[in-house]
Design a protein around this ligand. Structure first.
Ligand SMILES: [Zn+2]
Length: 170
C-alpha cells in the first residue's frame, strides 16, 4: 500500500484570489514547491483534491481548468515533483453532489485507485473541509493557518508541514 498526502490546491499550493483559472494569474505560494518536493522525496503519493465551483457557476470551463491543471503539473515536473493524481469537483453546493469537499467521494476514489494506506497518510489544506477525511478515517490532518486549532495540527505553509512530517517520519 502507498502512503499519501491529500492536498488542497487553491490557498494551499497556489495563491487563492478566488476562482483561480488563468495561467497568467496562477502563482505558486511561497514555499509550496519546496514543501511538495520534500514530501515527494519522502515517498508520499501526492494527491490533489480540489473544489472548482467556478465551473458550475459558469465563470470558466472544464477546458480552462484542464489547461491550468496541465500547466501546474508541468511546472511542478520541472522541479522533479510528481503529482500522482488530481481529483476535481466542478459542482456548486446546491448541486448536492457527493464529490464537493467536505463530501468524501473523491477521497475514497483516490484511496481505492492509488491503494492508499490511510494510517500513514496526511491531509493538508487551508480550510477544515480539506481535512474532512480525517473525521472518519485515520488520516492525520494539518491545517495551514497562522491560527491555532484544537482539532488539527497547524502549520504556516506547505514547507512547515513537510518539515513536520519529515521530523515525525511516518
Ligand atoms: Zn461535485
Amino acid at each position: 500500500m502507498n502512503k499519501a498526502i491529500f492536498l488542497d490546491r487553491d490557498g494551499t499550493i497556489n495563491v487563492d484570489y478566488g476562482y483561480v483559472h488563468s495561467i497568467s494569474k496562477f502563482e505558486f505560494l511561497k514555499n509550496s514547491i519546496e514543501g511538495l518536493k520534500i514530501l515527494n522525496d519522502l515517498g508520499y503519493k501526492l494527491v490533489i483534491i480540489t473544489n472548482q465551483s467556478g465551473i458550475g457557476r459558469g465563470y470558466y470551463t472544464i477546458d480552462d481548468y484542464n489547461k491550468l491543471n496541465n500547466y501546474m503539473l508541468e511546472k511542478l515536473g520541472e522541479f522533479g515533483i510528481n503529482i500522482a493524481k488530481v481529483y476535481m469537483c466542478p459542482h456548486i453546493s446546491s448541486d448536492n453532489c457527493n464529490c464537493r469537499k467536505p463530501k468524501l467521494e473523491l477521497f475514497y476514489k483516490a484511496i481505492k485507485e492509488l491503494n492508499i494506506d490511510t494510517s500513514n497518510s496526511f491531509a493538508i489544506g487551508d480550510r477544515e473541509r480539506d481535512l474532512a477525511i480525517c473525521n472518519v478515517e485515520d488520516v492525520s490532518g494539518i491545517l495551514l493557518t497562522s491560527d491555532t486549532s484544537d482539532k488539527y495540527i497547524c502549520k504556516n505553509d506547505l514547507l512547515d508541514a513537510a518539515k513536520y512530517i519529515k521530523k515525525i517520519n511516518r
